[in-house]
Design a protein around this ligand. Structure first.
Ligand code: FES
Ligand code: FES
Length: 151
């Protein structure tokens, strides 16, 4: 099938089997390798992207579900001028260790921080419950998000 969708703010088209994984389409066809494959079965959150603004696990999303919709990857977040302060705080707090979980956490965290003056610890932990970090960098990650307050 041919699918047309918006990817990081740009209209794109792609051909594929309807059940192809969004994760593979992003990495292989569009070379957006920021989105990582960890477990490949919906357990780790490394493959998180935004679909119409909501976090989804791209290893579980068949491409037919993206028809006519908007996908944003970590590359899209990184290119957003409004995300720059958030990304800098993430680095300053030491929220990145090996980096395997980082794209998924950035995408989830960016979504969480939008339209919020202040994030509470509990809501950060809840939002990140599906994003596993094997480097146990959670404390720095939570700190970076706690400090988030959009200007
Ligand atoms: S790779 Fe998708 S949840 Fe782990
Ligand atoms: S920084 Fe290594 S898995 Fe999170």
């Amino acid at each position: 099938m041919k699918i047309d969708f918006v990817l990081n703010g740009r209209k794109v088209s792609a051909e594929g089997d309807p059940m192809d994984r969004l994760l593979d389409l992003l990495r292989e066809k569009f070379k957006l390798t920021g989105t990582k494959e960890g477990c490949g079965e919906g357990e780790c959150g490394a493959c998180t992207v935004l679909l119409d603004g909501e976090p989804v696990l791209s290893c579980l999303v068949p491409i037919f579900q993206c028809q006519g919709r908007e996908v944003m990857t970590v590359e899209g977040v990184a290119a957003d001028p409004e995300a720059q302060a958030f990304l800098e705080r993430f680095v300053q707090e030491g929220g990145v260790q090996c980096g395997a979980c980082t794209p998924g956490i950035i995408v989830t965290g960016w979504k969480l921080s939008q339209n919020k003056a202040r994030l509470r610890r509990g809501e950060i932990k809840n939002a990140l419950a599906g994003n596993l970090c094997r480097c146990t960098g959670y404390e720095a990650i939570v700190r970076a998000l706690e400090r988030e307050s959009p200007s």
